[in-house]
Design a protein around this ligand. Structure first.
Ligand SMILES: [Zn+2]
Length: 353
């Protein structure tokens, strides 16, 4: 039976800061949208756990972990102009990473087919030794490493459709041959990283795939990119588990994201990843919440994604589509297909076969 799990916890609400967009109300909005969705009875609720120290040090530098734990437990404050901690943030962060870890256990152990970690603080900007961009620990990287190390996987993929580049995830896995990291992101935009020319290095050469997109791209452009670049990349990679850095700040209503995706458009992207997981890895798919700062859009995007994970129609888009000029994305698609090693080697092996 196809089962979809959600993982969330009360502890996340204590990590909040007045006036900040990355606040407790984000998960409250998701809970409210779930209540209205009538999906609750169909979802398996799994309690997260705290990440264990060894699971954190598999990704993060011990000195970094000690310093942010100390900073938080001594009352916190601003780590940088974007990123705050309070006295509850360290525990929230270890439980946020723990939600993604527990999702790996659930999906790999057959408790569920797929899962959505509804946790915060988010993670994809956090590097091995730096918190930034509202992120303290890199939840998805910690979970991906755990899947490789504890479940004997050889290839996993991370697709990041948050509007911002997942610089932390890229950085952590830049030399890692077992993790394909694919990111679509607004360009130029925070944090300024993620050009198409970053493709991984050393043993990880060809395992980073960036799709920087002009500001204002909506459903049509994103779907084109997913159809022509992301899904073919996954097919070439043959992952045994697919993770998604599920940020919903590319929605047209988002207060900080410069793109114009709709709820329905986001659901189509999720559907393509769901179909890829079904085709490539027995449906094993884990979504990990990242950004998304218009509360109504965030709730609607998460509900639509959960309907897709349940194998259903995503339902009506409650916020609708915005009509805007659609920037051309064919240039970046052509550039990646002709220059990225993932497509070149796949092309070569197909030609030789
Ligand atoms: Zn973001």
């Amino acid at each position: 039976m196809m089962t979809t799990a959600i993982l969330t916890d009360q502890r996340y609400a204590a990590h909040t800061y007045p006036g900040h967009v990355e606040r407790a109300e984000r998960l409250f909005a998701i809970e409210k949208a779930l209540d209205a969705s009538e999906l609750r009875d169909d979802l398996l609720v799994i309690a997260p756990r705290a990440a264990r120290p060894a699971e954190l040090t598999a990704i993060h530098a011990p000195t970094f972990l000690q310093s942010i734990e100390r900073f938080g437990t001594h009352g916190g404050g601003s780590l940088d102009p974007d990123t705050y901690m309070n006295e509850a943030s360290w525990e929230a962060a270890t439980w946020s990473a723990g939600a993604a870890l527990r999702a790996v256990e659930a999906v790999m152990g057959g408790e569920c087919q797929n899962a959505f970690a509804l946790a915060r603080p988010p993670g994809h900007h956090a590097t091995a030794n730096q918190a930034m961009g509202f992120c303290l620990l890199n939840n998805i990287a910690i979970a991906a490493r755990y899947a490789l190390d504890q479940f004997g996987l050889e290839r996993v993929a991370i697709v990041d459709y948050d509007v911002h580049h997942g610089n932390g995830t890229q950085d952590i896995f830049y030399y890692e041959p077992r993790v394909l990291f694919c990111s679509t992101h607004a360009w130029p935009c925070y944090p300024g990283t993620g050009p198409a020319t970053d493709m991984g290095a050393g043993a990880g050469s060809g395992t980073t795939l960036n799709v920087p997109l002009p500001l204002g791209v909506g459903d049509k452009g994103y779907i084109q990119v997913f159809e022509r670049v992301i899904v073919p990349a996954l097919r070439h990679w043959q992952p045994q588990l697919i993770f998604v850095s599920a940020g919903y700040d590319a929605h047209w209503s988002d207060p900080i994201g410069p793109m114009v995706l709709s709820v329905a458009g986001y659901a189509q992207l999720t559907r393509m990843l769901y179909d890829s997981a079904a085709e490539l890895c027995a449906g094993r798919l884990i979504l990990v919440l990242e950004g998304g700062y218009n509360l109504e859009a965030l709730g609607a995007c998460v509900v639509a994604a959960l309907r897709v994970l349940l194998g259903r129609d995503p339902g009506k888009d409650p916020l609708g589509v915005i009509t805007a000029p659609a920037p051309d994305v064919s240039g970046i698609i052509a550039q990646l297909l002709s220059r990225h090693p993932l497509f070149l080697s796949a092309h070569r092996s197909t030609a030789e076969a």
